[in-house]
Design a protein around this ligand. Structure first.
Ligand code: ZN
Length: 289
């Protein structure tokens, strides 16, 4: 049972004044940010008159309360979890900058054509993480969202909004890449393309997370610049002519890019740090900026 459901169960006891001060405080805090509980509270306040009217010593039988709760749950037809997640995603879709969709699509398709022209399958997989990182640096923040002040005024949903946009933009890039990879696999052979896809997913995840997190912790331009430098640095170091310049740390750097475990682990840490810091962003700070 999550916090929301727990609080809902407590609502009838709240209106009849049967909660401890601690429970009351917790409930009031939750209700501030939960429209669903607010409307249900209004409903219970209506019922409160029925429950408490008459003798003050008379309590509504527990069964009556349970029945009332059960019938409310039944009537409401709360959407299932997948349905609710889908609604959250759809709601964020129009709020992501439109340029991200068109630019990502065009760059990736162009990259696909260049890949075929150069006859170098690796080209597309060098390009894709940069497209994804560039897009994710632009999904959140006052510079990119006309409704950002509104977003900040609903602190409870900031994390939800950010997660939804991340899934949309990252998923969109993955989808395009999946289609283009299928095209490459048909043109060359799956034996050539599949290992590339396998080696590419972890760096793409890392670069995207890095860019997204830094765009929120610092700013979008620096985030993209750093993500691109790290990624292009890798290609510079692979070149035997330059590799000597970066010894001995260069070797470690290249090993990092080849280790999915490290890449996913650091991505997870970065993402968590960013989510935690997100809750600390106050509207006033953004207004001053
Ligand atoms: Zn609630």
């Amino acid at each position: 049972m999550n916090e929301h459901e727990r609080i809902r169960e407590l609502l009838p006891f709240y209106v009849t004044g049967k909660l401890s001060p601690g429970e009351t405080a917790r409930l009031q805090e939750h209700i501030l940010n939960c429209p669903e509980c607010q409307s249900e509270l209004a409903l219970w306040k209506g019922l409160d008159w029925v429950i408490t009217s008459g003798s003050s010593s008379a309590h509504a039988p527990a069964a009556a309360l349970d029945n009332a709760l059960a019938s409310i749950h039944e009537r409401e037809h709360r959407p299932s979890l997948p349905q609710r997640l889908w609604q959250i995603l759809l709601a964020q879709l129009p709020l992501v900058k439109k340029e991200i969709w068109t630019a990502s699509f065009m760059i990736l398709v162009l990259g696909f054509v260049v890949t075929l022209l150069l006859d170098k399958t690796a080209f597309l997989y060098a390009l894709a993480p940069m497209v994804s990182a560039g897009g994710l640096a632009l999904i959140y923040g006052s510079d990119h969202d006309p409704a950002h002040e509104l977003v900040l005024s609903t602190p409870a949903s900031q994390v939800q909004i950010l997660l939804a946009r991340t899934v949309l933009v990252f998923g969109y890039n993955l989808l395009i890449l999946a289609v283009l990879s299928a095209g490459l696999a048909a043109y060359y052979s799956p034996e050539i393309v599949l290992p590339l896809v396998k080696d590419w997913l972890a760096p793409m995840t890392f670069l995207s997370t890095l860019s997204l997190s830094l765009s929120i912790l610092i700013d979008s331009e620096k985030a993209v610049a750093l993500a691109y430098s790290l990624w292009l640095g890798k290609y510079l170091m692979i070149n035997p002519d330059y590799f000597g310049l970066f010894e001995p740390s260069g070797n470690l750097f290249l090993r990092f890019w080849k280790s999915p475990v490290s890449l996913y682990l650091i991505s997870a840490v970065l993402f968590s740090v960013m989510l935690v810091s997100l809750k600390r962003v106050k509207p006033a700070r953004t207004l001053q900026a």
